[in-house]
Design a protein around this ligand. Sequence first.
Ligand code: COA
Ligand code: ZN
Length: 310
Amino acid sequence: MTAQSATIVEVGPRDGFQMEKAFIPTDLKVRVIDLLSEAGLRSIEVTSFVSPKVIPQMADAAEVLGRITRRPGTTCKALVPNLKGAERALEAKADVLELVIVASESYNRRNVGMTVDQSIEGCAQIANAVGAKSIPLEVVIGTSFGCPIEGPVPETQVERIARAVAALGISRLSLADSIGAGNPAQVSRLVTRIKNALPGMPLSLHLHNTRGLGLANALAGFQAGVDTFDAGLGGLGGCPIFPGATGNVATEDMVNLFEEMGVSTGVNLDKVREASRLMQQFLDRPLPSYILRVGTASELYAKAALANVS
Ligand code: COA
Ligand code: ZN
């Protein structure tokens, strides 16, 4: 049986913003994140503590975390690539830390200059550091459904990393389709495999929409028993290593998918759209979210009635 509710995790302020060349003023970042938490998104990846030389957009990570409104019940997550990032995130008072380990060796090396096993060792160090402060650590397994450099990624490799990090006491595992290479059958198969390997481990999906399969992949994951999905406001973003990739499934589209199926998300679409419009204005280009452009089914009916469509 599938769940009656789904949790949408907003990752646009990290995954989306990091792809933007122009520096997004800290004031705007704070305003957008505050709108997203007002919208009822109970988990928001607000920033990353990576090298500011590599990703200058994230140079204001501590300031962003320090200035956003911390609503009770809203978890502010920060992505970290290594122990140094984890120490910075803890000092800035992130509620949850997320470590990315990319399943394919070449992509992981390109992303953080480490082998997969070095990243797993790093995970052990970070787990110790956060454990001492009782802060949850989540692990995202990047390129779980395919890699732009190596092509198909063996499910055995994803399972190996999942088992290794689960043994370190992490609190959630996320399977990421970093470039939007996966399909629904693949999502169903990998989710089932990881659920069987690690019963009881909370599981999320992080899906990019490069080939238009993002929502179908989310639905396949939901039907396979996942109830937590990353999404990015407006569908912002891409992949730093694969120029052809697009952003995450848009938050508006993910929320709408579930709400129209009668699965509650607790998210106010209007507030999310307000945040997306602010970003659209700043970036001066239309964002790819369908709901931002077209609207929900009931909005569509209302428009049709106004236009006297018969
Ligand atoms: N935050 C800030 N500075 C960091 C850092 C972090 N998390 N980790 C390392 N550094 C600093 C070091 O202190 C060192 O500074 P110095 O030159 O002033 O001495 C410098 O960066 C180089 O350190 P090194 O350990 O050699 O790192 P690197 O240059 O190999 O870079 C990463 C490694 C992981 C920091 C870098 O590749 C990175 O930030 N990657 C993240 C990429 C990303 O965000 N991808 C998208 C999300 S998955
Ligand atoms: Zn991503």
